[in-house]
Design a protein around this ligand. Structure first.
Ligand code: FAD
Length: 293
């Protein structure tokens, strides 16, 4: 276990916003979990799992959290069974590294997620999805950690997943997705590469994936209704408050143009909600997770 005092959220999130938390704990091996409850109590904070911080809007304030981070490291095992591939992956593994391994082995099913800068654990918790595929569809099971039960597995059938929804049904308490098990269809590495390339270049042309963003700010209000298109029609493409603004390329992405502040981000969110409610009658719900006191 590694401990870092007063970690800066600004340095740990893709939107580059946020003040300091109390501490950061890196879980390096299974035994480290046992010490976690006492450690969090000693710091007097609330535990908060952080992956790559790519779906997070952290406030510029002192934040009373102990960040729980997990080491990556590629999958524990990859094996082929009855014509399909299976993999158990660490929660801290980057999605990019995992997808690269799937491509190398010719395992298909998650190509649409290329370009998402998160971890496997974060993508499980958010049920990340794009270009017609979601992580939840490929899940066979998830290993969790909770203070009450320690480490334990649940099968996919015990988990509730939907559009940006992941509910393990283990109550309101703190939980961590520490590993996940996936199933894939067998394909050709060349075909997978071609699909990923196509998706990546389409994303690059239509989303600001190389800027400081946190992905989509709002969920689509209902199937077939894109929050980005509504915000565009509200005239919010390129709309700025200070150094924060909605992207010119995709109105559902907030961009930090350099010295942005969390208060500016909140102001933009309030304007977007108000306009969308006034013009279209939709109450936009946040997809991004706000980290505040
Ligand atoms: C350029 C860009 C493009 C993006 N495109 C997409 C897209 O196409 N589709 C999409 O769905 N998302 C997209 N996102 C959003 C984001 O990348 C995904 O939601 C990603 O899965 C979040 O992973 P993370 O590791 O960064 O999680 P974080 O942002 O660190 O955390 C997100 C939430 O999950 C919780 N969490 C993180 N890890 C765990 C864990 N192991 N166990 C339990 N809870 C956990 C955190 O506490 C937090 O509430 C994009 C983001 C960016 C910046």
């Amino acid at each position: 276990m590694r401990l870092i005092p007063e970690p800066s959220l600004r340095k740990r999130t893709t939107l580059r916003l946020g003040g300091k938390a109390l501490a950061e704990v890196w879980i390096e091996k299974d035994q480290d979990w046992e010490q976690l409850p006492e450690l969090v109590q000693d710091f007097g904070g609330t535990p908060l799992v952080l992956g790559r911080g790519s779906n997070v809007l952290a406030m510029d304030a002192e934040l009373p959290f102990v960040l729980i981070r997990q080491e990556g490291g590629l999958s524990e095992f990859f094996q082929q069974r009855a014509g399909r591939g299976e993999a158990v992956v660490q929660g801290g593994q980057t999605l990019a590294g995992f997808l690269a391994e799937c491509k190398r082995r010719g395992w298909s099913g998650l190509e649409g997620l290329i370009g998402i800068p998160g971890t496997v654990g974060g993508a499980v918790a958010m049920n990340a999805g794009s270009y017609g595929c979601t992580l939840g569809e490929r899940l066979l099971g998830v290993q969790f950690w909770t203070a009450e039960r320690g480490l334990f597995w649940l099968d996919a059938g015990q988990l509730r997943t939907g559009y940006r929804l992941f509910d393990p049904g283990i109550g309101e308490g703190f939980w961590v997705a520490s590993k996940a098990k996936f199933a894939f269809a067998k394909s050709e590495p060349g075909k997978i590469h071609a699909k990923m390339r196509e998706v990546y270049f389409h994303k690059k042309a239509t989303q600001p994936i190389l800027n400081r963003t946190c992905g989509c700010v709002f969920k689509n209000p209902k199937p077939g209704v894109s929050a980005g298109r509504l915000l565009d029609r509200c005239g919010l493409k390129g709309y700025r408050v200070g150094d924060m603004g909605f992207s010119e390329r995709h109105a559902n992405f907030l961009i930090n143009h350099g010295q942005g502040r969390s208060t500016e981000a909140l102001e933009l969110i309030a304007v977007a909600r108000e306009r969308c409610r006034g013009q279209f009658g939709f109450e936009l719900e946040l997809e991004v997770k706000c980290i505040s006191k």
